[in-house]
Design a protein around this ligand. Structure first.
Ligand SMILES: C[S@@+](CC[C@H](N)C(=O)[O-])C[C@H]1O[C@@H](n2cnc3c(N)ncnc32)[C@H](O)[C@@H]1O
Length: 228
C-alpha cells in the first residue's frame, strides 16, 4: 500500500473549514489519466469537484442527500445537482438508466452505511471511477487520547473490500493540519463536520481532551481508489 504525506497550516482568516477536502479534490483530478465528458459525482456537497474541473465536458451530475448543499452547487445547462442517497439501492437502479463515463466521489463514502453494498452497485454500473474515502487514521491521536473507538473504517478494511470488487489502484495519503492554538483546532473539528454528527464527549471530557491532546496538528488519512 503506497502511503504519502502532506502538511498544511490552518489559516483561520481564510475561514475555510474544508481545506483538506479541497486538497483531496485536487489530487483526485491530478491523478486522472484522461478527461471524462459525462461525469457523475456521488456526495457532491456544494460542488468543490465541479468547480475544480477545468476542461470542457458534456454533462456533470452531482448527487447528494443534503438539500442545503445542493442549493450551493454550481448550476448550468450541462450541470445538474440532484437529490440522491447512496445508501439507497434505488439510486443506483436509477443511475443505470443514464450514461455516465466516469464516477467520482470525494470525501463522502466514509459515511456509507454499507460500503460493500455500494461497491456492488457501482460494479454493476461498470464505469471507471475515482474515489477518496476518509479512513480511521483520521483523528488517530485525538481518538486515542480520548479513548474513543475510530468512527471510520481502516485503510486495510477498505482495501480488502476494493480488491473484492475492483481492479483498482489504492493509495493512502496522510494529511496534517497545523493550528496555532488548541481552541482553534477544536473549533475547526466542530465546524468542519469532519467528525460526522458524533458528539460523544461531554463539556468536561472535551476540556480534558483539549488539555491532554499532545499535537499541534490534526491528522487525516484518505484512501484514494482509482479504477485501472
Ligand atoms: C465532506 S462532504 C464532501 C463534499 C464534496 N464531495 C467535496 O469534496 O467537497 C460529504 C458529502 O457527502 C454527503 N453525503 C453523506 N452521506 C450521503 C448519502 N448517504 N447520500 C448522498 N450524499 C451523502 C454529505 O451531504 C456531504 O455533502
Amino acid at each position: 500500500m503506497k502511503i504519502s504525506s502532506q502538511f498544511s497550516k490552518y489559516a483561520s482568516h481564510y475561514g475555510s473549514y474544508n481545506i483538506i477536502q479541497e486538497s483531496v479534490v485536487k489530487k483526485l483530478l491530478l491523478d486522472l489519466k484522461y478527461k471524462p465528458k459525462k461525469i457523475l459525482d456521488l456526495g457532491c456537497g456544494s460542488g468543490s469537484l465541479c468547480r475544480a474541473i477545468d476542461w470542457e465536458y458534456e454533462s456533470f451530475t452531482g448527487v447528494d442527500f443534503a438539500h442545503g448543499m445542493l442549493e450551493l452547487h454550481p448550476k448550468a445547462e450541462n450541470i445538474e445537482s440532484v437529490y440522491g442517497d447512496f445508501n439507497d439501492k434505488r439510486l443506483f437502479e436509477n443511475l443505470q438508466t443514464y450514461q455516465y463515463d466516469y464516477i467520482f466521489s470525494a470525501s463522502a463514502l466514509q459515511w456509507a452505511e454499507n460500503l460493500e453494498d455500494i461497491f456492488k452497485s457501482i460494479k454493476l454500473l461498470n464505469i471507471p471511477f475515482s474515489f477518496a474515502i476518509f479512513t480511521s487514521g483520521t483523528f488517530e491521536t485525538l481518538n486515542k487520547t480520548a479513548s474513543l473507538e475510530p468512527l471510520l473504517k481502516s485503510s486495510q478494511t477498505i482495501k480488502n473490500l476494493v480488491n473484492q470488487y475492483f481492479d483498482a489502484k489504492f493509495e493512502v495519503v496522510k494529511y496534517s493540519l497545523e493550528f496555532e492554538s488548541t481552541r482553534e483546532m477544536f473549533r475547526y473539528i466542530k465546524k468542519s463536520g469532519v467528525s460526522g454528527s458524533r458528539n460523544l464527549l461531554s463539556y468536561k471530557q472535551t476540556k480534558k481532551l483539549m488539555k491532554e491532546y499532545p499535537l499541534n496538528y490534526l491528522e487525516f488519512e484518505v484512501a484514494f481508489i482509482t479504477s485501472r
